[in-house]
Design a protein around this ligand. Structure first.
Ligand code: SF4
Length: 744
């Protein structure tokens, strides 16, 4: 049971812990052991949200003092047993001891850390320092691999460095806004509302939305291109080819600031626009209209998200979009540029701190000997301590666990038993693991139920933390109230583990000391935060990087001098051919399945399912299917259908609609086994990954849909209170309180 101490009143500011918009919230209210009455508003002068917030942010108060807060470390000696509470010393020493044994027997690459963009920068940095610098394994990755790895690789290969060039203020300046692979209206609602307001103020602004579905975002578009899933490169190449044919390239920009134009033109000259449009499933006249609109505008801004990156060619898709900006000189000026939207509050900070298997802090890389040496010196480690080979990435970690090569994994602030593709593989992997440690604010989650040891983590308002939003705004959030029980900040848990393993360099008094150590490592790097001191963050609240000195005001926009962080200062135009998705449909699996988010929920429901109003808006998973397909199979809305892929089968109610095209179906990805065993969409998805970014193809797989006999429909229903109580009884928390989210 939770033992939260009172800390009244709750008053102050914090960054929203949900999406990467990075809204600054103002809290005012009271918090009790099992309830919170907190009014949450947007901060009026916050650059990201200008006083606005969405329903998820405004209802955060309901997610703080819930009975399923993990407030003590928990352990068990075998997976079938019930968890027992433990002291921090016992739990940390147990894990440190097991890590030592496993490393002694199998080597450092037998252990791994799998974190998330929920971790603050301080925690991401210490995870990198502990695992890469001291345990000597690069098996240190994050669930950002699932959402932003292709954007990272795309920026790096095209522009020389990760990090979007833009800021949200570009919305009010842009004449043409091109949204591809992003349902902003549901996933980044405050940014979407800002775009809508900008369009209302300047009706001449053109909004183009590229999406296979008629999403809420597509509904405000002047032009909606209902692309065939997987056709993005074909479309982007068609646009580039048309702009070249129209003679509308910015030749001066190309000549002075890019490389690769000859090869790109030569490649595109071989491609027929008609064939590219056909591959994208689009009407050529519409594509030509878009090319003309883009080529004639003063300011062209594009937003993109997982619809681009979650693909076996996600990096190439990002390169192709950046080509469009480079050809037209639409980068490095206000109102223009390619702008990736992150799904998590600190996905950007994790990238900056090196929490990806190929990276080191300060946008350094494990395959660069100079970078490794800089970190070894900073961390007082012998030369050669950091391995030169990229570690296991998200999907690879679970494949390696399944094969019995990776033995132990520490999962922090994420729920891979819902979010990773091919959940049967993930389940087998966790069952085979010798040691599964999970740090989380809540228990149970689908992943904590598979653990041996649980570490209770303090969440957003319960700690000091630093994060970077999609627009490179580094923000500080103060502690506003106590964490329940003995829960600690993630950086404190990592520092304790570092000390228990016998390492010096983990003796920090507070989060500011961790930040200062990390900040010093960014000096001279593309993400230079030298001027963003802990003291300044605590007074100014937020600063854009790069910010090389304490006097510097920060940089809302990058590349204004048109000098890119490549060896010759030029950006790269890269010829990228269209590729078909990894899994093709056939007579056995004739539908294309795409996945995505809903407005009311965030990731795997660990917070949002606790809010009655959010559950009322989006109460459960469903299969969206087009009228024509439904009619052929005699399926009506609400009827249960069976959806199968080559990896698994699930059953869900159908929602017949015209939002999705014939031959395609859509499933929201939020729901896991806690809300109906075996019905998570990721039992179907494919674990194929992009060869460069290693991001999995969560947006495309082939499925079959069948209407199922009436007697089987009982397989999909809301669990009864008794069933829910049975699930939760094994984890020693109050079942009555936990029933709410699943029974509403
Ligand atoms: S838009 Fe994102 S950051 Fe802003 S309140 Fe909503 S969930 Fe939070």
């Amino acid at each position: 049971m939770s033992s939260r101490s009172w800390s009244l009143p709750v008053k102050g500011e914090s960054i929203c812990p949900y999406c990467g918009v990075g809204c600054r919230l103002e809290l005012d209210g009271e918090l009790g052991p099992y309830s919170a009455s907190i009014k949450i508003r947007g901060v009026a002068d916050a650059p990201a949200n200008l006083g606005k917030i969405c329903a998820k942010g405004s209802l955060l108060g309901e997610t703080i003092a819930t009975p399923d807060r993990l407030d003590h470390p928990m352990m068990r000696s075998s997976r079938g047993e019930t968890f027992r509470p433990a002291t921090w010393d016992t739990a940390i020493n147990k894990v440190a001891g097991r890590f030592r044994e496993i490393i002694a027997k199998h080597g450092p690459d037998a252990v791994a850390f799998y974190g998330s963009g929920q971790l603050d920068t301080e925690a991401a940095y210490l995870a990198c320092k502990l695992f890469k610098g001291h345990l000597h394994t690069n098996n240190t990755d994050s669930n950002s691999r699932l959402c932003m790895a292709s954007a990272v690789a795309g920026y790096r290969s095209s522009l020389g460095s990760d990090g979007p060039p833009n800021c949200y203020d570009d919305i009010e300046i842009a004449d043409v806004v091109f949204i591809i692979g992003s349902n902003m209206a549901e996933a980044h609602p405050v940014t979407f509302d800002r775009l809508k307001a900008a369009k209302a103020a300047r009706p001449g602004m053109t909004i183009i939305v590229v999406d296979p579905r008629k999403t809420a975002t597509a509904k405000i578009a002047d032009i909606h291109l209902p692309i065939r899933p997987g056709g993005d490169i074909a479309l982007l190449n068609a646009l580039c080819r048309l702009i070249i044919d129209f003679d509308m390239c910015d030749e001066g920009f190309i000549a002075h600031h890019t490389n690769g134009i000859a090869a790109l033109k030569e490649y595109l000259a071989e491609e027929k626009v008609s064939a590219l449009c056909a591959a994208a499933g689009l009407d050529q006249t519409q594509v030509e209209r878009v090319a003309r609109r883009i080529s004639r505008t003063q300011t062209f801004l594009s937003f993109y998200c997982m619809g681009m990156g979650q693909s076996t060619v996600g990096t190439w898709k990002c390169n192709s979009l950046i080509n469009l900006h480079l050809l037209t000189g639409q980068i490095g000026k206000p109102g223009a540029g390619p702008f990736s939207l992150t799904g998590q509050p600190n996905a950007m900070g994790g990238r900056e701190a090196g929490l990806l298997a190929h990276q080191l802090p300060g946008y350094r890389f494990v395959d660069d000997a100079g970078h490794r040496r800089e970190l070894e010196r900073a961390w007082k480690q012998p030369e050669g301590s950091i391995q030169p080979k990229m570690g296991l990435t998200a999907v690879e970690m679970f494949r390696s666990l399944e094969k019995g090569q990776l033995k132990a994994i520490w999962i922090a602030a994420t729920n891979p038993m819902v979010s990773l593709p091919d959940l049967h593989l993930v389940k087998r992997a966790l069952e085979r693991a010798e040691l599964v440690v999970v740090s989380d604010a809540y228990h149970p989650t689908e992943t904590t139920l598979a653990a041996d040891v649980l570490f209770p983590a303090a969440q957003w308002g319960e700690k000091e933390w630093t994060s970077t939003s999609s627009e490179r705004l580094v923000s500080f959030s103060p502690k506003l109230f106590d964490a329940p029980g003995v829960a600690l900040s993630d950086w404190q848990i990592l520092a304790r583990m570092g000390k228990a393993l016998g390492f010096s360099g983990f003796d920090f008094e507070n989060s500011a000391e961790v930040w200062e150590e990390f900040r010093a490592l960014t000096t001279g790097r593309p993400c230079d935060m030298t001027g963003i001191t802990a003291k300044r963050l605590r007074s100014d609240r937020h600063v854009y990087w790069p910010c090389p000195t304490e006097e510097h005001r920060g940089s809302p926009r990058r590349y204004l001098d048109h000098v890119f962080p490549t060896p010759d200062g030029r950006a790269r135009l890269l010829a990228r051919p269209h590729q078909v998705p990894r899994e093709l449909t056939d007579h056995e699996f004739p539908f294309i399945l795409t996945t995505g988010r809903l407005y009311a929920h965030w990731h795997t429901l660990t917070r949002t399912a606790k809010c009655e109003k959010l559950n009322r808006r989006d109460p459960g998973a469903y299969l969206e299917i087009h009228h024509d397909d439904a009619r052929k199979m005699d399926i009506a809305t609400g009827e249960v259908v069976q959806i199968s892929s080559r990896r698994g089968t699930i059953r869900l109610p159908a929602r017949v609609s015209e939002q999705v095209a014939p031959g395609q179906v859509f499933l929201p990805f939020h729901w896991g086994d806690l809300y109906g065993e075996g019905n998570a969409v990721n039992y179907l998805t494919i674990a194929a990954t992009d060869t460069i970014s290693k991001q999995p193809e969560l947006k495309f797989c082939a499925v079959a849909v069948e209407k199922i006999p009436a007697e089987l429909k009982v397989a999909v229903r809301t669990p009864t209170p008794a069933e829910v109580a049975q699930v939760f009884a094994q984890v020693q928390v109050s079942p009555a309180a936990l029933m709410d989210p699943v029974t509403r």
